[in-house]
Write a new protein. Sequence first.
Length: 255
Amino acid sequence: MPEEEQKENEVEEKKKVEAVPTEEEVPAVAEEIKPVKPSALDLWKPKTALGKEVFEGKITDIEEIFKSGRKILESEIVDKLVPNLKSEISLIGGRAGKGGGAQRIPVRITATMHRSGRRFTASAFVVIGNEDGLVGMSKASAVEPRDAIEKAIQKAKTKIIRVNRGCGSWECGCGEAHSIPFKTTGKAGSVKVQLMPAPKGVGLVADDESKKIFRLAGIKDIWVKTFGNTSSHVNLISAIYDALKKLYVYERVEE
């Protein structure tokens, strides 16, 4: 009997050793067990008529939406039609610097007094674009800075516009879409901007915050003239956005 029990124990131990995965098998097993997080498009349930048409594949190009003049109310529409969008956060906040003055930060923190104490809110201002003629911008607020940035990106997608690019400088005349076709103006709050076409090679003659929206719009050469309180980056970017929208005013008249 002891010999038989010993043999049975040896067989059981062999089975346990064979059941343990080797070092090469462990990563493969971990990859199989790792859950796949669904994306926002996988969970998308369209609510608008335009969203349903895009979801069903009836509209495959965002240019069809611009030509029809329909309003985009769901950010997933842009996610599906323009998957290569990039985003930039504008520096709208401020805090005390080391040597005095103010240091600009991406998020603006505001506080409101309640009976329970102070409640803080974070605001973010985001510009999006595909660097090829599409651009949008928006501002949003939330309790957490990360949520405010994500909310601003989703709202900016519903405000995306097409930028009319060209070569309107008399010094260039190359015919390529590296600048804007003619001079245009925009206004937001106390800020007024003038955008003027520039020849190839001049670059973006503007401040760092303005360059963000031009880069994302696919504009490589431009002259910018500003008036008013340009330290308010929200008004400055909004004025440039307003000027870029007006590049199609003559096209609408012809239609």
